[in-house]
Design a protein around this ligand. Structure first.
Ligand code: HEC
Length: 113
């Protein structure tokens, strides 16, 4: 029976690790979405990156409350998309990317906020 318990335990921890990884989002995938004009159903032909090149100016966005809403505001107003489900994997990925910008020093020449 011990064997079974160990097997069960490792299954449970695998599931846990897996769901944590999903919840945390994937910054690399988020970065790709950030540069994708079709993100969120975008129709304007611009990506997040068009106005926020490499996330410039968004270094503090990771700390914002209601960041999902802000992302969707830009998706709808700027990309002319439909917006994305705040609980979707795409949203967690883009949030992970935005959070990864934190602490990055803006490139020389860009004004600090
Ligand atoms: C057409 C230009 C444009 C595009 C494209 C655009 N944004 Fe924005 N974004 C803005 C403007 C303008 C603001 C408001 C000014 C500011 O706060 O810097 C803003 C603000 C934000 C903020 C809040 C920043 C803050 O500190 O208040 C976030 C987060 C953000 N955008 C994310 C995104 C994401 C994610 C995308 C892609 C889905 C995107 N933006 C696409 C123009 C754009």
């Amino acid at each position: 029976m011990k064997c079974l318990r160990i097997a069960m335990l490792s299954m449970v921890s695998l599931v846990l690790i897996f769901s944590l990884a999903i919840a945390a989002g994937d910054a690399e995938k988020g970065k790709a979405l950030f540069k994708d004009p079709k993100f969120g159903g975008g129709t304007a032909g611009v990506s997040c990156n068009s106005c926020h090149p490499d996330g410039k100016g968004l270094e503090k966005a990771g700390d914002m409350k209601g960041l999902e809403k802000q992302v969707n505001a830009c998706v709808q107003n700027a990309l002319k998309g439909k917006g994305i489900d705040p609980k979707s994997a795409e949203m967690t990925d883009i949030l992970a990317y935005l959070k990864s910008l934190k602490g990055k020093t803006p490139a020389a020449g860009t004004p600090k906020k």
